[in-house]
Design a protein around this ligand. Structure first.
Ligand code: M6P
Ligand code: ZN
Length: 197
């Protein structure tokens, strides 16, 4: 940067929906076909349109992945919907560098941040517009949309956190967020019961 120079920022956030615009904003989408291992109810999964978008992520990664001390920023939009009784949700991950935390915050819609520690204890935090969630180190995290409109949340994480999907994809989280009697409930993943409700 030139000494004493003044410039306009090259990126911006639309404050009503946290849509990111400007230079180097990356857009990605996850469709049903990309989320085979994520949802528990295989039969209901197969009935859905493989091209249906479940969630999209906008991210701004101003430094190279792995750079210590840098910060990344993202806006995630999860569409409303369910696979059987299980709400549409993100894949979920631990950080590759386990001792890196992250902030999530609710922008629009009603959701649940699902957290799991290394002992596979799982719990949820309700996400709503303005809710702030500090995700501590060593904790896997994913977000489910419990509402009938799009759920939007913001995220900020260290540029050397990385993503580790191995455990969350192979073993899953130990609980699933499903709708039973019109209410969201966390149910042990091992229980086949939730599929039949
Ligand atoms: C947030 C951040 C990203 C993450 C995205 C989707 O924006 O945590 O790092 O990639 O959510 O989550 P996932 O990668 O688990 O599908
Ligand atoms: Zn993360």
């Amino acid at each position: 940067m030139l000494h004493n120079s003044i410039s306009k920022p090259k990126q911006s956030i639309q404050l009503n929906n946290w849509f990111l615009q400007g230079k180097d904003i990356i857009n990605s989408e996850k469709r049903i076909k990309h989320l085979k291992e994520v949802f528990g109810d295989e039969e209901s999964f197969k009935k859905l349109d493989p091209e249906k978008v479940v969630y999209s992520v906008q991210s701004y990664l101003p430094v190279k992945e792995g750079t210590p001390g840098g910060l990344y920023f993202g806006t995630t939009t999860i569409q409303p919907g369910k696979v059987g009784n299980e709400y549409f949700m993100t894949r979920g991950h631990f950080h590759a560098n386990l001792d890196r935390g992250e902030y999530y915050w609710g922008v629009q819609g009603e959701g649940m941040l699902i957290l799991m520690d290394k002992n596979r204890n799982t719990w949820g935090e309700i996400m709503s517009p303005g809710s702030l969630h500090y995700i501590g180190v060593n904790i896997a995290h994913r977000v489910a949309n419990m509402g009938s409109t799009a759920l939007i949340f913001g995220a900020c994480w260290p540029s050397d956190a990385g993503h580790n999907y191995e455990e969350t994809e192979q073993k899953g989280f130990s609980s699933r967020l499903v709708e039973i009697n019109h209410k969201p409930q966390l149910i042990d993943s091992e229980l086949p019961l939730w599929k039949k409700q």
